[in-house]
Design a protein around this ligand. Structure first.
Ligand code: ADP
Ligand code: MG
Length: 212
């Protein structure tokens, strides 16, 4: 069990002070294993069970890299379901509380399409969504990924099981090649290994067997 404090990381001071007001002091093992690499800009594959704190691992990484003054989509988080995307967006907003004017937008299937176009026209820094709907917005020209510098696949194994491979490929094709890619998964089947080989650059593996 790791007891490394978040304060050992070189995080933006406003993120650090917000973490202590949230009562997050020690990193969970998956956070301790992945965050130093994520903050260093490396591609990371992180494997850990449900409840191990994966959201804050990538959430802190993307918030630390974000330039709030640049009102463009800089990070994209893809999740298998609307429920998971909503949870991730909620956690990112919580972690971002001390940073003013951050816009996090969710784009999920099963929700009306038109209002999402309106929201995209208003702009966002961070998009959290499901692959099918995000791909549709990219294909129709509603979502421009030219300024994307961080792509996160959350629960990648479930996204593949649900048949999102083609949508993922289309989104990745539309994203800049120079970017940081993070892949989170509970399991690491062959299919994940092969997608990682295609879309990641020298990924670091962070693996934790037990929950914290
Ligand atoms: P996972 O995605 O690995 O299933 P989550 O990211 O949803 O797990 O985290 C599970 C719970 O743990 C969340 O309620 C989150 O707020 C909490 N949590 C995450 N990291 C920490 C931490 N370092 N200290 C305290 N609570 C944490
Ligand atoms: Mg999760």
């Amino acid at each position: 069990m790791s007891q490394t404090a978040f304060s050992t990381l070189n995080l933006k001071p406003e993120l650090l002070s917000n973490l202590s007001s949230l009562g997050y002091e020690a990193m969970t093992p998956i956070q301790a294993q992945s965050l130093p690499y994520i903050l260093a800009g490396k591609d990371v594959i992180a494997q850990g069970k449900t409840g191990s704190g994966k959201t804050a691992a990538f959430g802190l990484g993307l918030l630390d890299h974000l330039n709030v003054k640049r009102f463009r989509v800089q990070s994209l988080v893809l999740c298998p379901t609307r429920e998971l995307a909503d949870q991730v967006a909620k956690e990112i907003r919580k972690l971002a509380r001390a940073i003013h004017n951050i816009k996090v937008l969710t784009l999920c299937g099963g929700m009306p399409f038109g209002p999402q176009i309106g929201s995209l026209e208003h702009g966002a820094h961070i998009i959290v969504g499901t692959p099918g709907r995000v791909e549709e917005h990219v294909r129709k020209g509603n979502l421009n990924l030219d300024d994307l510098n961080m792509l996160i696949l959350d629960e990648a194994d479930r996204m593949l099981e649900m048949g999102f491979q083609d949508a993922l490929d289309e989104i990745i094709d539309a994203a800049p090649e120079r970017r940081q890619t993070l892949l989170f998964s509970a399991t690491y089947p062959k299919q994940i290994e092969s997608i990682a080989k295609r879309i990641m650059y020298k990924p670091v593996m962070a693996k934790v067997e037990s929950t914290h």
